[in-house]
Design a protein around this ligand. Sequence first.
Ligand SMILES: [Zn+2]
Length: 120
Amino acid sequence: MNKEWNKLVEKHKPLLDEYKSAPVGKGWWILIDSACSLMEDKEMKPEGFTQIKEKFGGLRFYFGVSNLKDKSWPKMDQFIGSIEYMSWFICEDCGSHDNVTTEGNWKKTLCKNCRKVREN
Ligand SMILES: [Zn+2]
């Protein structure tokens, strides 16, 4: 168990309870932090995530909508979508914004340095 990850789980209780270990690399935890803050919106009252994962190189959030008021749903979708979009510009391993690309057989969004580390 990672201390830093546990802190995030603790901060956003009970949203991340099922994630005993982080679903994605450390570089994206700041995005999970932001998405959790959105999920805690008192006015919109979303239900939380059904899944958080990396898909085709990008961060994806899946969340329940049955509690959302009709007007809140497109708004929440847009908010979460913009957080997902940011993941394309942030290295999943280290959080760097420099020289970040999405490539490889198994698509990964990484900076130049982290890609080198993984390839070796
Ligand atoms: Zn990196």
